[in-house]
Design a protein around this ligand. Structure first.
Ligand code: NI
Length: 191
């Protein structure tokens, strides 16, 4: 159980497409301890998710969890989810404007268009298949984490740079309108 250092934008490992875990190795000690470190590091940093590249390991593993999160108090809960070799399928063209932040991009937020419904297929930490449709704001969280495994950061997807804001300016100027939009989304999808 180790809280690892989170690498920051500018480090090439964040831009490196992560390599798949050989399925027969999911139970191996190196994968299990990587998963434990991701969970500990995500929780210590109050993140909603963390991908292995963000702790310097370009391997297709990420974790997602939203409880009572002080960084994102408006986010609906997502129970701890470990995704090994996840694949994303976009189930709709409909998008919503998500104001995103990232532990690897300190003190910056920006609006990214995310699909409202996606399908995620992966293995869990025991090697059992996961096949889940994720909707609403939670779908944005999954898309953000899976992007990391392809070497993509949210700043790459910000279509209007005028939306970029520090966390302080987000709270001061953009938060209220965003939370209104989020509430409508969560009311519609329940997630
Ligand atoms: Ni991130």
């Amino acid at each position: 159980m180790t809280v690892r250092e989170i690498v920051r934008i500018g480090h090439p490992v964040l831009r490196q497409p992560a390599r798949p875990v050989p399925p027969q190795e999911v139970g191996a000690a190196w994968v299990q301890s990587l998963i434990d470190d991701l969970i500990d590091t995500m929780r210590a940093a109050c993140g909603a998710g963390l991908a292995a590249n963000q702790i310097g390991e370009p391997v297709r593993v990420c974790v997602i969890e939203v409880g009572d999160n002080p960084r994102y108090p408006y986010k609906p809960r997502i129970p701890l989810t470990v995704l090994v070799n996840p694949e994303l399928e976009l189930l709709t063209d409909e998008v919503f404007d998500n104001y995103e932040g990232c532990l690897s991009v300190p003190d910056l937020r920006g609006v990214v268009a995310r699909r409202v419904r996606v399908r995620v297929r992966a293995l869990d930490r025991h090697g059992a298949p996961i096949d889940r449709v994720v909707e609403g704001l939670s779908a944005g969280t999954f898309q953000h984490e899976l992007d990391h495994l392809d070497g993509v950061l949210f700043v790459d997807r910000v279509t209007d740079p005028h939306t970029l804001a520090t966390w302080d300016e987000f709270d001061r100027r953009h938060r209220e309108a965003f939370v209104h939009r989020v509430e409508a989304l969560v009311a519609r999808f329940g997630s």
